[in-house]
Design a protein around this ligand. Structure first.
Ligand SMILES: Nc1ncnc2c1ncn2[C@@H]1O[C@H](COP(=O)(O)OP(=O)(O)OP(=O)(O)O)[C@@H](O)[C@H]1O
Ligand SMILES: [Mg+2]
Length: 352
């Protein structure tokens, strides 16, 4: 039902009929690993086909039952003994190796997304990791090159993607999100969940020390009792421990990944949960790195509308879809096609 409503709203807003979608996939069922592959270079000079074969070889690992590959992201290549090559095309050698990051999902969960779309009369063009989509829309190439961790703080989970040297080297999902915080506020302030959600968005702050003494908020009560006036500091004292715990867990995950010292661009927080006031400040304190909020970048057209971390995933999915469409057209090849490709790319760019 919800899917149908979202579809209607999107069609109305964009003024187009939607029959195909790039669907985002998120949740704790997503897992990932790094893998390596090796092939002989056919004509002793690396061709596109050698690169395709080595990436294929790198993903040829036995997956646990019930899992499906979502993405195979090339990291870097090695030609004979020379490693750390980003683009080996045209290089001479005998042996080509590739490192890849593989993201997998639970087949049942992925099927449920497809079923959901089909029931609304939609065809799935592709399934994309939401964390990857958010990273795609919020990070610059420089940040990816220099090393960065992007964390998409959603309702149910925090999804992390780490880039080093321009490539994805680590991804992780933490089963804590904004909904847990709302629950804490609901219990802590004894107010209904819907009110707790509104209070969190309006008055919430991740760091009690950032709240001015004397600031007050009105809190609706449960069971027909009168609303109460509470200090905003009390609310911050409920929020701070949960966010502190969440950021500590994220920090542990970054340390465990082994890439912490390589994150020259620090941490980017995105997703609806990152809108909480004071969260970058607390983040900098715990991560001991620069922290910024991630909003969609390089967008034209609907720029004003999408300038929010809560829309990072949606914009990222659009970018994936647009890039894929452009690639598909390129494959059809020919100079005539290039003209069309540019036109489609311009059109899709204008859709943002
Ligand atoms: N201004 C705000 N302050 C604090 N939290 C906020 C604010 N706006 C939204 N949120 C929280 O962000 C969360 C939703 O974020 P988002 O829309 O990115 O999640 P989602 O993508 O639907 O969820 P998930 O990624 O877990 O599937 C909710 O928990 C909501 O309470
Ligand atoms: Mg999300």
């Amino acid at each position: 039902m919800l899917f149908g409503r979202a579809l209607e709203d999107a069609e109305l807003m964009a003024g187009v009929d939607i029959d195909k979608v790039w669907a985002g996939v998120a949740g704790s069922h997503i897992t990932s690993f790094n893998s390596k592959g090796m092939v002989a270079i056919k004509n002793h000079e690396v061709q596109k086909d050698d690169m395709r074969r080595v990436i294929e070889a790198a993903q040829a690992v036995a997956l646990p039952e019930g899992r499906q590959i979502l993405h195979v992201l090339p990291q870097n290549f090695a030609v004979d003994s020379q490693d750390g090559i980003r683009d080996p095309l045209g290089m001479s050698g005998v042996r080509l190796e590739a490192g890849v990051h593989v993201i997998t999902g639970n087949i049942m969960s992925l099927q449920n997304i497809s079923k959901c779309a089909q029931r609304s009369g939609l065809h799935i063009s592709g399934l994309i990791s939401e964390a990857l989509a958010s990273a795609e829309s919020t990070l610059s190439q420089d940040e990816k090159d220099l090393g960065v961790a992007v964390i998409d703080m959603g309702g149910g989970t925090c999804d992390m993607v780490i880039y080093v040297g321009g490539a994805v080297v680590h991804t992780a999902v933490l089963p804590i999100g904004g909904a847990h915080l709302t629950h804490d506020i609901s219990v802590g302030l004894r107010t209904p969940a819907s009110e707790a959600e509104e209070i969190k968005r309006k008055y919430g702050c991740a760091m009690a020390s950032l709240v001015q003494a004397g600031e007050t908020i009105e809190v609706p009560s449960v069971g027909g009792r009168n609303p109460r006036t509470l200090s905003r500091l009390t609310l911050a004292e409920v929020i701070e421990p949960r966010i502190e715990e969440t950021i500590h867990l994220l920090n542990n995950e970054i340390s465990k990944s082994g890439y912490k010292d390589l994150l020259g661009s620090g941490v980017v927080l995105t997703g609806g949960g990152s809108l909480l006031s004071g969260i970058p400040e607390l983040g900098e304190f715990i991560f001991e790195m620069p922290v910024r909020r991630g909003i969609p970048i390089n967008t034209t057209g609907l720029k004003e509308v999408v300038q929010s971390p809560a829309l990072a995933t949606a914009v990222g999915l659009l970018k994936f879809g647009a890039a894929n469409q452009a690639r598909a057209i390129e494959k059809a090849s020919g100079s005539f096609v290039n003209i069309i490709k540019n036109k489609v790319a311009n059109f899709l760019d204008g859709a943002f």
